[in-house]
Each structure stands twice: as structure tokens, then as C-alpha cells.
Design a protein around this ligand. Structure first.
Ligand SMILES: Cc1ncc(COP(=O)(O)O)c(C=O)c1O
Length: 369
């Protein structure tokens, strides 16, 4: 029923065998002991006394409270529902509660489950492809033209994987007006929110500005803690979260007790953790941008603004799949060809959130020579 998840299949094949990852979508992670060192006295006590039983299906109340307070101004803990990673939140929404009669508009290219799950449910879908010629920005006219009487949801992801572009506050405000006029729900995958270039202007989370919006967040990306498998959906409408919780009873039921406490400590210390991640991301982004400028006969790109991935155009006549294959075989450096995102242009995804990135990029430089 589900189409092969090309990206996860590609990563399963290479992620733990290719020595130099240059396409990862998550940034530098942290060691457990370094996170624990940030804990308050009360949090340390919680950590020492974790009861390894089932946890509450909605997520630990203190965790939901700190997520609301730190990340969604104006929302409270009951407007947050936790999941096992962002992927479970996507599944419960875009497979769990959709009806086959729903029409969806999905912005592509995208993380595959955002498109494939509603397809697997039998929904009708209009895709709107971001264009490099429009700097990969959302096209509001195309969205207006795609709306039908049966349109139930718009699904998008900003900061965007794989292009690294963001939605501007004015575009988001206009988009919400359009959706509101038609009573359309908005599912926005915001897993990269607040990570990225230091001069980025951030739109508010959609859940804070539109009552029919779901904001998807996770520990994996901006916090760099993918192994915790803790994500959440923020939404003003508690009855929508209740519906999602009922689907979650069929998937993970509840989160890992251990991961909840580590997440609680990390979200409390979000400023410290984001600062650390963003220093690495900004340093690498500058290094990579200079590299692309000096190798313009090979590469070009629209410089990313959010997250730690970007889409680079390979300007040679060789196919980008062949180029990526030669690179991993010869240097052990892994890029991700655009074909993984069903793109037919000669682009590859680069990930620049890891500490070892400058050294890995130097390997690519050697390869080009
Ligand atoms: C845009 C986007 N959404 C969701 C996910 C899934 O996140 P998680 O692995 O935390 O479930 C990813 C993972 O790469 C992603 O890039």
C-alpha cells in the first residue's frame, strides 16, 4: 500500500556505511552527559527517578508546558500533542484522520511522507512544485488556482527540506487569508524552525496565527536530538488534537519516558542549544557558499535561509546521480541526488549542520581536482 520511501531507503543503505555524510538533514547532536549538565536540580531529580512505565498518551504535562511556553507564544500545554518523532505526527494526521474524499494541495518537492501518505489513503492531490527560477518561494497564485470545493488541507514544509527556503511573514499572512476564506486546514511541517542563517526573518508558527493550522515540531532538527524520537503537533483546536491522539493509540500509544525527560531539559535550555547549533550551521553555510561561488562552473544554488540543507545545481552534463555515485565510491562522501525527491533537474541535496562539514567539503574539493 505504501510506496517505497526512497529517502529513508537511500539513508538506510548509506548512512552507516559511507564515512563522510554531506547530505544529512539533522545537525550536530549532543552527548547525553552534556544535556544532563544543563538540567536544573528538579530536572536531575526527575531523571534519577524516572518510572519506566507507560507515559501519558498526550506527552508529559511538564514537557508540553515547556514546549508551549518556549516555542508557541499564546498557546498552552493542552494545545500540544506529543508523538514519537515528527514522522508519527505526519502519519496520524495525513493518513490517520484524512478521508479518501478529501482533496489536498501539497507543496513539492517534499519529505516523502507528506505526499505519499495522503496518496495511500486515496485522497486526491494537487501538487505545486517550488521553482528554482522563483528562488523556491511559495507561489500564492498557484495555490489560489488549485483550490476546489473539496479542498480540505494545504500541506507545506517551511523551512523547507530540501531547498532550505523559508516563508516570509507577509506571504504567510496572505496565505492564511486565502485558506481562511475557504475553510481549509493548514498542515505546516516546521521541524527546522529557528535553525538557519543568522539574518533570517522568521514567520510565526502557523499554529499561533491560524485556528485551523497544525505546526509540526520535533527534537530531531533544530535541537539536533533525532535519537530521542520526540515530536509534537501544536494546534489551537483541542478537538483536532483529540482526534490525532485517538490515532496515536494505534501507533506508539505514548512516548518513551526517558526521552521525555531529556526533551524537557533541552527545550527548557532552547536558547543555549539553538545558539550552539546555529553557530555550526552559520559557519558551515558561509564556507559552503564561498565554495559554490569559487566552483561556479560546477555548481550554483539559491542560498538557504532556514534549516541545514540546501539544493545545489550540478552544472555539468553528467547526470547528478552518476556524480553522486562516483563521489561516494571514490571519497566516501555522501550527497543526495534530487531523484530521491522525484526531481528531474540536475540538483543534489547538501546537508551542512555537522561539525565535521568543512573537512568533508575539502574531500569534495580534492575529488573535483
Ligand atoms: C521535513 C521533514 N519532516 C519530517 C521529518 C521526520 O522527522 P523525524 O525523523 O524526527 O520523525 C524529516 C526528517 O528528515 C524531515 O526532513
Amino acid at each position: 500500500m505504501f510506496k517505497t520511501f526512497k529517502l529513508e531507503e537511500y539513508l538506510a543503505r548509506y548512512e552507516f556505511s559511507a564515512p563522510y555524510l554531506m547530505c544529512s538533514s539533522d545537525p550536530q547532536t549532543m552527548l547525553m552527559r552534556d544535556v544532563l549538565a544543563l538540567a536544573s536540580r528538579e530536572e536531575k531529580e526527575m531523571w534519577d527517578n524516572i518510572d519506566l512505565s507507560y507515559t501519558t498518551p498526550e506527552g508529559h504535562p511538564l514537557l508540553r508546558e515547556v514546549i508551549a511556553k518556549q516555542l508557541y507564544p499564546g498557546l498552552d500545554k493542552d494545545q500540544i500533542l506529543c508523538f514519537a518523532g515528527a514522522e508519527e505526527g505526519i502519519f496520524c494526521t495525513l493518513f490517520g484522520i484524512l478521508e479518501p474524499s478529501d482533496h489536498l494541495i501539497v507543496i513539492t518537492p517534499c519529505y516523502q511522507s507528506l505526499l505519499e501518505l495522503p496518496k495511500a489513503k486515496g485522497c486526491s492531490i494537487t501538487t505545486i512544485e517550488l521553482q528554482e527560477s522563483e528562488n523556491w518561494q511559495i507561489n500564492l497564485n498557484a495555490i489560489k488556482a488549485a483550490i476546489k470545493p473539496t479542498t480540505k488541507w494545504l500541506v507545506m514544509n517551511f523551512p523547507h527540506n530540501p531547498t532550505g527556503q523559508v516563508i516570509s511573514p507577509s506571504d504567510l499572512a496572505e496565505l492564511i487569508q486565502i485558506l481562511d476564506a475557504h475553510g481549509i486546514w493548514l498542515f505546516c511541517d516546521e521541524v527546522y524552525r529557528l535553525m538557519g542563517a543568522c539574518d533570517t526573518v522568521w514567520a510565526d508558527p502557523v499554529a499561533c496565527t491560524y485556528p485551523k493550522a497544525l505546526s509540526l515540531g520535533v527534537m530531531s532538527k533544530s535541537f539536533g536530538m533525532a535519537g530521542l524520537r520526540v515530536g509534537w503537533i501544536a494546534c489551537q483546536d483541542k478537538s483536532m488534537l483529540k482526534k490525532l491522539e485517538h490515532v496515536k493509540y494505534y501507533t506508539s500509544i505514548c512516548n518513551s519516558a526517558v526521552s521525555e525527560v531529556i526533551s524537557l531539559i533541552a527545550v527548557h535550555q532552547k536558547d543555549t542549544i539553538f545558539k550552539r547549533v546555529n553557530e555550526i550551521v552559520n559557519h558551515n553555510l558561509q564556507y559552503l557558499d564561498e565554495f559554490i561561488k569559487t566552483h561556479h562552473e560546477h555548481f550554483s544554488w539559491v542560498r538557504p535561509k532556514g534549516g541545514c540543507v540546501g539544493m545545489v545545481r550540478y552544472n555539468k552534463s553528467e547526470s547528478v546521480d552518476d556524480f553522486c555515485h562516483r563521489l561516494v565510491q571514490s571519497e566516501g562522501v555522501l550527497l543526495m541526488p534530487g531523484s530521491i525527491f522525484e526531481m528531474t533537474s540536475n540538483h543534489f541535496r547538501v546537508g551542512f549542520g555537522r561539525q565535521n562539514f568543512p573537512g568533508v567539503l575539502d574531500r569534495l574539493k580534492t575529488f573535483l581536482k
